[in-house]
Each structure stands twice: as structure tokens, then as C-alpha cells.
Design a protein around this ligand. Structure first.
Ligand code: HEC
Length: 102
């Protein structure tokens, strides 16, 4: 009985933590292992994650154009942006995440 209550508390505790983490960051799952490697630190002139001013002129090109830049590569950015499993929708979510002030 005690063990069941403990398990219940653990499940509630874990799921509410996950919800809070998602709301605070909204970081797409592919970000850390791909885009983040460059965009988190503005490596080689990459527009920095969370710096809306750096993203503004990029966003002006339109989302479709930005997705094709990533898929084809641009300057130092390799084709696909180091994400081998990303769909167009994943790229859009990643770009939205990176261009939103953190
Ligand atoms: C190896 C480093 C690197 C990685 C990894 C990387 N980028 Fe980039 N990214 C850059 C650099 C550098 C630029 C600036 C290129 C330029 O303007 O010459 C850039 C530019 C961009 C742009 C602007 C394109 C445009 O047309 O202006 C977008 C959008 C973008 N990256 C999205 C992503 C996404 C999404 C990912 C992950 C799937 C990603 N990048 C991964 C380095 C990287």
C-alpha cells in the first residue's frame, strides 16, 4: 500500500516536472545535437539562438526560403544542418525556436 502511494507520487511528480520543462524552454528534441552546436554560440556567423535582432533579416526571407537554406546548406552550415532525421516541419519548429527571444 505504501509502495503504491509512493509510485503514484512519483508519477505525478515526474509528469508535472516534464510539463514545466516544456513550457519554460519549448526546445525541439533535435536542437541540442544539431543546430544548437553552432547557433547556441553564433559559431562562424550563425544567427544566435534567442537573439531576435539577428534573426529578423533572415525571417524576412520567409520560412520556406529558410528551410531550403538549411536543407541545401548555406556558407559554413552543412546541408541539413547536421540533422539527418529532420522533416520540413521539424526545421520550421527549430527555426521558430531559435528566432524566438529566450
Ligand atoms: C556547423 C554549424 C551549423 C549548424 C550545425 C547549423 N547551422 Fe544554421 N547556420 C550556420 C551559419 C554559419 C549560418 C549563417 C550562414 C551565412 O549566412 O553565411 C547559418 C544560418 C542559418 C539560417 C539562416 C539561413 C538564411 O537563408 O539566411 C537558418 C534558418 C539556419 N541556419 C537554421 C539551422 C537549423 C534549423 C539547424 C539545425 C537543423 C542549423 N541551422 C544547424 C551554422 C550552422
Amino acid at each position: 500500500m505504501k509502495a503504491n502511494i509512493l509510485k503514484f507520487a512519483l508519477i505525478i511528480g515526474t509528469s508535472s516536472f516534464a510539463t514545466v520543462a516544456v513550457q519554460a524552454a519549448e526546445q525541439p528534441p533535435q536542437y541540442a545535437a544539431s543546430c544548437g552546436a553552432c547557433h547556441a554560440y553564433a559559431v562562424a556567423g550563425a544567427p544566435k539562438t534567442g537573439d531576435a535582432a539577428q534573426w529578423e533579416p533572415r525571417l524576412a526571407k520567409g520560412m520556406e526560403a529558410l528551410v531550403s537554406s538549411v536543407k541545401n546548406g548555406l556558407g559554413v552550415m552543412p546541408a541539413g544542418g547536421m540533422c539527418t532525421t529532420c522533416s520540413d516541419d521539424d526545421y520550421k519548429a527549430l527555426i521558430t525556436y531559435m528566432s524566438t527571444p529566450q
